[in-house]
Design a binder for this molecule. Sequence first.
Ligand code: FMN
Length: 217
Amino acid sequence: MQYAPNKEDCPLPFSPFKSCTVPRPIGWLSTISSDGIHNLAPYSQWQNLTFDPPMVMFAANQYPDGRRKDSVINAEQTGWFVWNMATWDLREAVNKSAMAVASDVDEFELAGVTKADCINAPGARVAESPCHFECSYISTHRLEGNSNAGWVDIVFGKVERIHVADSAITAEGKLDIPGIKPIARMGYYDYTCIQDVFEMRIPGASGEAEDGLEGKA
Ligand SMILES: Cc1cc2nc3c(=O)[nH]c(=O)nc-3n(C[C@H](O)[C@H](O)[C@H](O)COP(=O)(O)O)c2cc1C
């Protein structure tokens, strides 16, 4: 089958679009409002953009009533947002933090997770999560949608500090991904959990190219 999503109805009962872009890492983002309210929400439209310096983005669709997401407003107002790694053990908390609640609700409390201080950012980190990025806000790029929820704020940030729990680091000095069990979004109501890792090297690659792929510091 094939279809033109901007002109034709989808011939399937569910759109295949999100299910084709899998798995999407979850940007579990904590921010604080200018009134000091802690906010927490998952964003699967989240990615690293580049590494020197490390930069990231998340794309926040507006609410159906046209309001912009609190994570965007807070990042713009305070100049900071914090990424927390979403893991299998934290899956229920991640899900609860997606609930649409009033902006004066402390979503750490709602999700039942503990606040850990940041070093640079004004908000908090999820203490139970093994990895965090404290990100300074760069800019927002708004793209027009076909509906209120189609309008999207793409927020860019620079990673100013990286935290990794010692217990999540292998003897080799790499992240213990099968131990961490990060979760990722797929289509529909589906998620996956990363537990299998395999390694491949580019044939003949050496020097800086190879080091860059491996992430040599
Ligand atoms: C796993 C997961 C991923 C999500 N990804 C996105 C996303 O990429 N963009 C978005 O606008 N909403 C996404 N949502 C919905 C938001 O988390 C939800 O609207 C949340 O209430 C936004 O909170 P905020 O207004 O406090 O930022 C996602 C929800 C879940 C459960």
